[in-house]
Design a protein around this ligand. Structure first.
Ligand code: SF4
Length: 233
C-alpha cells in the first residue's frame, strides 16, 4: 500500500460501473454500488466476466465522489463491490466517502487480508459480506487461486472483531456437494461464527468464466447441518 496517500490521485478510471440505487444489497440501507474493475480470482461460476477481465472502467474515484455529493441525505451507504475492490488501495476513497456522511459496505473474497484489516482498524467500514468460496481442498479448483489461507485470516479477524458481517457461499451443486457445504458450516461454527450463513444459488445468465451450465442436480437442503441459521438467496 502507498505510504503517501494524501497525494494519491483519485482520477484513475478503475471503476467499471455504478449502480446508483439499490435497497437490496446492504441490509436495511439505501445504497449505491461501486463496481471495481478486475479480480484476483477466476471463479468458474462468476457471471461478472466483463468486470473481472476489465483493466479499467468508466469512472474514476472522483467521478463517484461527485455523484455522492448529489446523493447526501438521499442515500445512506456505498457498497464497494466488483471484481475485487480490495485489489485497490481504498483508504483515501473510503475517507472521502465517510466525510460525506455515508456508511460503507465491502463485498470481498477476503484474499487481501492486510488491506481489509487496515480498513477496519481505521474505522472505514461498517459492514462486510465475505465470500467463503469452498472448503480448502476445493478452493483452488473453484476459484483458480491458492489464497485460502489469506481468506482464512480475514475470516478469523472478522469473527474476533466487532464489525457487522456476513459469510456467504455461491452454490453450484455440481461444484459443491452437501458434504462441502456442511464442511463449511462446521468450520464456521468451530471458529466461532454466530451470524446467519447465506447460500446464493448459481445464477445461469448464459455467460460465466468457466463456461459452466446450470447444475445437473439440486442440493438436498434437508441434509444440511443445522449448526447455523441458513438463508438461501
Ligand atoms: S465471483 Fe470470483 S471471479 Fe467473480 S468477482 Fe467474485 S471473486 Fe472475482
Amino acid at each position: 500500500m502507498s505510504t503517501n496517500r494524501e497525494n494519491n490521485s483519485l482520477s484513475a478510471n478503475v471503476i467499471y460501473d455504478l449502480t446508483s440505487f439499490t435497497h437490496l444489497d446492504y441490509p436495511n440501507h439505501l445504497s449505491c454500488i461501486v463496481w471495481f474493475s478486475g479480480c484476483n480470482m477466476r471463479c468458474n461460476y462468476c457471471y461478472n466476466k466483463d468486470i473481472v477481465f476489465a483493466k479499467n472502467g468508466k469512472y474514476s474515484y472522483d467521478d463517484i465522489l461527485d455523484f455522492l455529493k448529489t446523493r447526501v441525505n438521499l442515500l445512506e451507504a456505498v457498497v464497494l463491490s466488483g471484481g475485487e475492490a480490495t485489489s485497490y488501495d481504498l483508504v483515501l476513497f473510503c475517507r472521502k466517502i465517510k466525510e460525506l456522511g455515508f456508511k460503507i459496505k465491502l463485498d470481498t473474497n477476503g484474499t487481501n487480508f492486510l488491506h481489509v484489516k487496515e480498513l477496519l482498524e481505521l474505522n472505514l467500514l461498517d459492514y462486510i459480506a465475505l465470500d467463503y468460496k469452498a472448503p480448502k481442498a476445493k478452493f483452488t479448483q473453484i476459484t483458480h487461486s491458492n489464497k485460502f489461507d489469506e481468506f482464512s485470516k480475514t475470516l478469523d479477524f472478522l469473527i474476533g472483531g466487532t464489525i457487522e458481517f456476513e459469510v456467504r457461499t455461491t452454490l453450484h451443486s455440481d461444484l459443491l456437494s452437501v458434504d462441502d457445504i456442511n464442511e463449511i458450516i462446521v468450520d464456521l461454527k468451530s471458529r466461532g461464527y454466530k451470524n446467519r450463513y447465506y447460500i446464493q444459488e448459481f445464477l445461469d445468465t448464459g455467460v460465466n468464466i468457466g463456461d459452466i451450465k446450470a447444475p445437473s442436480k439440486k442440493l438436498d437442503r434437508s441434509l444440511l447441518c443445522s449448526d447455523l441459521e441458513i438463508t438461501f438467496r
